[in-house]
Ligand binder design. Sequence first.
Ligand SMILES: C[S@@+](CC[C@H](N)C(=O)[O-])C[C@H]1O[C@@H](n2cnc3c(N)ncnc32)[C@H](O)[C@@H]1O
Length: 207
Amino acid sequence: MLEEHLPGAVTASSRRVTRSGTGRPGYGLLPAVGDWRSARADIYERLISEELGEDQTGAFLVWGDPSLYDSTIGILEEVLERGRVVFGYDVVPGISSVSALVARHRTGLNRVARPVQITTGRRLAEGFPEGVDDVVVMLDAHQSFRAYADQDVDIYWGAYIGTPDEILVSGPLAEAAPRIERLRAQARERKGWIMDTYLLRRRPSES
Ligand SMILES: C[S@@+](CC[C@H](N)C(=O)[O-])C[C@H]1O[C@@H](n2cnc3c(N)ncnc32)[C@H](O)[C@@H]1O
């Protein structure tokens, strides 16, 4: 991506930090989030202090948009709070997978004068959010939408959105759910990882 947009203009450093889990199925990674953030803060701090000259500008390339389920801004604030490196920064908005999802399905996020909620698979597994009929779900490794397949709900699902591997499925949840499960398992097997997001849209009751 950097080569495409900034050919030859930057030195890119890539660092991988893996999260450790507690072994609790599905949610095992969450208790370790604090440690994981601090580990990333260590790396960011080192990159800024050792790989950037006084007058140089660096950039963190965030997947999608840093405003949605992303820790980059919080980590940079943690680095600043430590006080060992001093810098200013701007946030450049990107296209979130949520925006890309509804665009690819040629729909909107909400219906006229109605709210929309963005949540996680973990929270959806606890219940359909109250007071909303349009719910966007991210970070769902367990296909929590299956719990609502007996309800009057449509799904707009997408995996690897915006990439050459993009897969899109939409329709009544009862019909689409088995297809999504199958495609998701196949894609995950083929690529070794998957990123998917979906919108659940409850149909208005006929009264
Ligand atoms: C940690 S969040 C980061 C989201 C990111 N900040 C954004 O704007 O989309 C990761 C989640 O975003 C969603 N996601 C990110 N990229 C995606 C893509 N290309 N296609 C589908 N879902 C994606 C998935 O739900 C994934 O679990």
